[in-house]
Design a protein around this ligand. Structure first.
Ligand code: PGA
Ligand code: ZN
Length: 425
């Protein structure tokens, strides 16, 4: 039984405030969850409540914290629920807020309670979180999509695409995949250095060199992959997040100094996929450009994974609309886009039932909380993106996956290239 719910304001990896929630059960179990925060947030995400005013440039979360202490906590405790009743707990949270976008009390407040309750239930049952959420068959370790060049809203360079990730699809264990990723990361640093490029980092721990654009960024990664002794394409492939909503305005995409209509952008992606070993592209089109999304899915959806982030915002209703229209073939999963664990699991379930792949994801503003690592294994998504293999708020998740793999022993399976959609040749 949930006995007490506490909350406080802490800092995230960008130095902005975020919500941390603590839950105490009547058996003495005490757990804590911290909430992440995006920069390139989708218009249709659940609402993150910020204080406004001068304090922390308006980004304080004292109102969200008060909402936990004064309303969400008392509602959950008052309902007298067992922590294992996640769906009922999350419904109480949703009803207490009472708005469709969770804007009254804030998705940041609601998610903190939701995740802390799940952790409490797991800990009270003496189970790892991935085991508690995923059951006895949860054993698939995800491919880490490591973001090693940062652009877009996550860096001050001139690269329009937001994320250039390496996917070590040829590794045989998660542990090996992480080693490969770190080796390529260090090789990339020296490749950039030799070319006289900046090796300062962006928000997700990747380098932020001033390269002219997408092709140059992928080329320099290819060089680093080979320098580190791996085969580009078979050992290590590329995954991109264009985050194109950020360079879309008035019906046009502004990319590398040119303006593209939706129709013009399709051949741009066709060429990218033909030129480079790309296994996945996220947000190739903007969040409400359903027609552009449909066109790109028709054109290359049989060759590459197309992931909806700002498009679907982990929202089962938006995902259902996309599935109905045959748009994209994978879902990006961000717990704070929808605001409760239950709704997150519902979105993943819908995706998997509909033959869509799922990629568990961090936000660009993160904390030391590692919940998403466990969730990736729990739902068997086979893919996780949680930044570069550097910076503790990113590495914390990868390190948790090392522990999970070790704990599973012989039962562990590394997803490898089976994580991605199967394409006929
Ligand atoms: P965000 O970026 O956390 O800044 O929204 C991550 C993403 O777009 O996938
Ligand atoms: Zn994205």
């Amino acid at each position: 039984i949930i006995d007490q719910v506490g909350a406080r304001e802490i800092l995230d990896s960008r130095g902005n405030p975020t919500v941390e929630v603590e839950v105490l059960l009547d058996d003495g179990t005490l757990t804590r969850a911290a909430v992440p925060s995006g920069a390139s947030t989708g218009e249709h995400e659940a609402v993150e409540l910020r204080d406004g005013g001068d304090r922390y440039n308006g980004k304080g979360v004292t109102k969200a914290v008060r909402g936990v202490l004064d309303e969400l906590g008392p509602a959950v405790v008052g309902a007298g629920l067992d922590a294992t009743e996640q769906r009922l707990v999350d419904q109480v949270l949703i009803d207490t807020d009472g708005t469709p976008d969770k804007g009254r009390l804030g998705a940041n407040a609601i998610l903190g309670v939701s995740l802390a309750v799940a952790k409490a239930a797991a800990q009270s049952a003496d189970l790892d979180l991935y085991r508690y959420v995923g059951g006895p068959n949860a054993r698939i370790l995800p491919v880490p999509m490591m973001n090693i060049i940062n652009g877009g809203e996550h860096a001050d360079n001139g690269i329009d695409f937001q994320e250039f990730m390496i996917a070590p699809i040829g590794a045989s264990t998660f542990k090996e995949s992480l080693q490969w990723g770190a080796e390529v990361y260090h090789a990339l640093k020296s490749v950039l250095h030799k070319q006289g490029l900046n090796t300062a980092l962006g928000d997700e721990g990747g380098f932020a060199p001033d390269l002219p654009g997408t092709d140059a960024a992928i080329a320099v990664i290819g060089e680093a992959v080979e320098k580190a002794g791996f085969k580009f394409g078979t050992d290590i492939a590329i995954a991109l997040d264009a985050a194109s909503t950020e360079f879309f305005a008035d019906g046009l995409y502004s990319l590398e100094g040119k303006k593209f209509s939706s129709d013009d952008l399709v051949p741009y992606y066709e060429k990218l996929v033909a030129d480079f070993p790309i296994v996945s592209i996220e947000d190739a089109f903007a969040e409400d450009d359903w027609d552009g999304w449909a066109a790109v899915t028709t054109a290359i959806g049989d060759k590459v994974q197309l992931v909806g982030d700002d498009l679907f915002v982990t929202n089962p209703e938006r995902l259902a609309h996309g599935i109905e229209k045959g748009i994209a073939n994978a879902l990006l999963v961000k717990v704070n886009q929808i605001g409760t664990l239950t709704e997150t699991l519902d979105a993943v379930e819908l995706a998997h039932f509909s033959n869509y792949k799922t990629m568990m994801s961090h936000r660009s503003g993160e904390t030391e909380d590692t919940t998403i690592a466990d969730l990736a294994v729990a739902v068997g998504s086979g893919q996780i993106k949680t930044g570069a293999p550097a910076r503790s708020e990113r590495v914390a998740k990868y390190n948790q996956l090392l522990r999970i793999e070790e704990g599973l022993g012989d039962a562990a399976r590394y997803a490898g290239d089976a994580a991605f959609p199967r394409f006929s040749a």
